[in-house]
Ligand binder design. Structure first.
Ligand code: ZN
Length: 395
């Protein structure tokens, strides 16, 4: 492993003694997270058809803080975040505004990248686009068919859920809840070509005005879940150390990803599943369909981006929380206090605060307690290294 890699932080001289603990969605418990020197991470990225909202930002901040602590623990992190530049949503929006879907994708990806940069996110190891993976996706679907876990019907290819006995291994949902969520989240359980409503599409026949790629199964385009399996394996190998995304992706998206991946490789797809809880507004999760969104770009017109980050890390990634008008003023006030904190500590040592924050992050990424520890030390100073672990640069 090259020591000059930009994805690896130089050793700090303080080897961690205790393993980090992280909650694993599949095992439903906080468990030791003990990856090797290189940590492979995959997080589901955006569909670039609208601006980045606070729910996206919360997910990527959680992953960013995790990466900072892993690097601080002397790991190299390789985080892959895909860009879904072809799917139902982007095609619908492109149709509505009358532009080519890839032009819409390019414009919205640029806005997303600018929001991420403003928030001080570590760059991803790679950010592949779904349309860059069509040959990988076709090969992958061919393997699912060869293994006997998929069937062709109505010009599309579907995964046969009844053939995979571990379906539900991540979400632990009963069948009726799966059916409800599949209907709410674009799983099309009413598609008449499916043998079972929970079967999911791997390759779908394109509508007349949609993009089309040739395949052995007829012209069409990828289903929703297949790109993440194809890209994760292309970039990171058969098994990924940690896979994340918003908790609304647990079912059906991640359940389907794991099923199709594991039948192809015969190996576990993901060692550890990490999910970010929903940010809510007016009592419901922020979502494009409800329109109850706070856009990052709007917040950045009014506030220091570090205050936006502080507003997020003041909440634990597994706790759903409600956005209201008090969130940003409180975060901005906290940032002012931290910025006026002396660089050198006058009482407790900077090393003490840093150790406290490290311990908080190692305890299932407990950022609210880390923030409290820094608050307590702010009046005496020496908080910069600790704040930097949360991605808040005070100098
Ligand atoms: Zn995904």
């Amino acid at each position: 492993m090259p020591t000059s890699s930009p994805f690896r932080r130089p050793p700090t001289g303080e080897p961690p003694t205790e393993p980090m603990r992280l909650y694993d969605t599949a095992r439903q418990a906080a468990v030791p997270f003990e990856p090797g020197p290189v940590v492979t991470m995959y997080t589901c990225g955006i569909t670039p058809y609208d601006a980045t909202h606070l729910g996206h930002a919360a997910t990527y901040v959680a992953y960013d803080v995790l990466q900072r602590r892993l690097r601080d623990r002397n790991h190299e992190t390789r985080c892959v975040r895909n860009i879904t530049d072809v799917d139902d949503d982007i095609l619908r929006k492109a149709r509505e505004i009358g532009v080519h879907y890839l032009d819409l994708a390019a414009a919205e990806t640029a806005r997303f990248n600018s929001d991420m940069e403003a928030l001080g996110m570590l760059p991803c190891w790679s950010e592949p686009r779904a349309t860059s993976a069509i040959p990988d996706i076709r090969r992958f679907i061919g393997l699912v068919l060869d293994r006997g876990y998929a069937y062709r019907s109505g010009g599309s290819v579907y995964f046969d859920v009844s053939a995979f006995d571990r379906f539900g291994q991540i979400s632990h949902l009963d069948r009726s809840t799966m059916l409800t969520l599949a209907a709410e989240r674009g799983g099309n359980p009413d598609d008449p070509h499916k043998h079972d409503p929970l079967d999911f599409v791997l390759w779908q026949k394109s509508a007349p005005d949609e993009p089309v790629w040739e395949s052995k199964w007829g012209p069409g385009r990828p289903g929703w879940h297949i790109e993440c399996s194809a890209l994760a394996m292309r970039e990171l190998g058969d098994t990924v150390d940690l896979h994340g995304g918003g908790s609304d992706l647990i079912f059906p998206h991640h359940e389907c990803e794991a099923a199709q991946s594991e039948v192809v490789t015969g190996k576990r797809f993901v060692r550890h599943w990490m999910h970010q809880a929903m940010v809510c507004m007016d009592g419901a999760k922020m979502s494009k369909s409800l329109g109850n969104l706070v856009f990052v770009s709007d917040l950045l017109k009014e506030y220091d981006p570090r205050a936006v980050r502080l507003a997020i890390v003041a909440h634990h990634y597994r706790d759903s929380w409600e956005w209201d008008d008090r969130v940003m003023p409180a975060a901005a006030a906290r940032l002012e206090v931290w910025l006026s904190s002396p660089a050198e500590s006058r009482a407790i040592t900077a090393a003490t605060t840093l150790s406290q924050v490290r311990a908080c992050l190692d305890d299932d990424l407990d950022t609210p307690s880390a923030v409290t520890a820094i608050d307590a030390a702010a009046s005496t100073g020496g908080i910069r290294a600790a704040a930097a672990l949360l991605g808040v640069q005070l100098w």
